[in-house]
Write a protein that binds this ligand. Structure first.
Ligand SMILES: C[S@@+](CC[C@H](N)C(=O)[O-])C[C@H]1O[C@@H](n2cnc3c(N)ncnc32)[C@H](O)[C@@H]1O
Ligand SMILES: [Zn+2]
Length: 323
């Protein structure tokens, strides 16, 4: 991957190149942002996806451009039904709602001039729909390995470019001001490959935002059930992000005040070999408990906004810039 010939190395066989992509954003670099062909790996700057060099055009699956269809077929871990239950739950669940607020704050804080954002592993599009509401002018794109997730995302995000894609092969070069991966990296064995692809696809001056599960000691059946490959140590994530070429600008835990409760529930599940659906811990609760938890997360976010970075929590947020 990468290192494909520069545009202009060879005459394209067709030309629908975008004529003018200049804007007023300070983040805009001098180089022309580009798509990368899946077949010949050449970079091209075009509105459509037909490669002007080899004329390859990705097919569509369930109405979405399929940039890595074979990978979706090989990955048997996610079930189509899980997207429909997730789509219902995330609207009211404290964790999803609070995480959206944290991410929206982080964009305001660290990428106020961003004009474009790609989310990889966008699932049902819940995060993107929150971002769209908060930043109506931001040009959004969503990539997801499973087309089933994109069906829900498309309902929530009319007009947003959504494509089936593998995070280990992001077919863009210096295209986006911000790339987000929210609770995705822990699902992928080759996480460093994803990070270097994120680097390649981010514009200079732009950056990345990610959330991941924190602390390997919290590992429980919830992680097995969710098909996690790992939970991250703080230094591990920082090192991997820096090795990919980024400079970390913020790293904090969240779900911190609830950490004792999370840890207790997880240890209990491990000890008792509790076979019940581990998702129930997060999702099946009275609306009173749900709102109480949401208020608790609101409180810890006030501290995060004030500049305090938590060293421990159930989840971790990292924001990094591409130099
Ligand atoms: C826990 S879900 C998170 C969904 C969404 N980002 C959110 O925060 O609500 C993880 C998502 O990552 C997707 N995913 C897993 N491996 C991927 C890969 N290699 N490339 C792209 N997406 C991937 C899964 O299909 C799933 O939708
Ligand atoms: Zn090509």
């Amino acid at each position: 991957m990468g290192g494909g010939p520069e545009i202009g190395d060879e005459e394209p066989r067709s030309s629908h190149a975008r004529k003018d992509r200049s804007t007023s954003c300070d983040l805009r670099p001098a180089v022309i942002p580009m798509k990368l062909c899946n077949t010949c790996d050449k970079a091209f700057d075009q509105v459509n996806w037909q490669c002007p060099y080899c004329l390859y055009e990705p097919e569509k699956v369930e109405g979405h451009l399929a940039l890595a269809p074979h990978v979706a077929k090989e990955d048997k871990r996610f079930k189509a039904e899980s997207f429909s239950s997730l789509a219902k739950l995330e609207v009211r669940n404290f964790w999803f709602r609070s995480r959206n607020r944290l991410l929206i704050w982080a964009i305001h804080q660290y990428f106020p001039k961003a004009e474009s954002l790609l989310e990889i592993g966008c699932g049902t599009g819940f995060v993107l729909s929150g971002i769209r509401e908060a930043f109506p002018k931001l040009i959004l794109s969503g990539g997801e390995i499973h087309p089933e997730g994109l069906t829900f995302a498309a309902e929530r995000l009319p007009g947003v470019e959504l494509f089936q894609m593998d995070g280990r092969r992001i077919p863009f070069r210096e295209e986006f001001d911000v790339i987000g991966a929210f609770d995705v990296l822990e699902h992928i064995k080759e996480d460093e490959e994803v990070l270097s692809q994120m680097y390649q696809a981010t514009r200079k001056g732009g950056g990345i935002m990610m959330t991941v599960p924190h602390h390997p000691f919290l590992w429980s059946p919830v992680d097995d059930f969710a098909h996690h490959v790992r939970r991250y140590k703080t230094q591990e994530l920082r090192d991997k992000v820096e090795r990919a070429g980024f400079s970390v600008v913020r790293l904090t835990s969240f779900v911190c005040f609830l950490l004792p409760l999370v840890a207790l529930t997880r240890f209990k599940k491990r000890l008792t070999r509790d076979e019940s659906d581990p998702k129930d811990d997060y999702f099946k609760m009275s609306s009173l408990t749900n709102s109480a938890f949401e208020r608790i997360l609101d409180a810890e976010r006030t501290l995060i906004h004030a500049g305090f970075s938590f060293p421990a929590g159930a989840s971790m947020l990292i924001v990094a810039r591409r130099n």
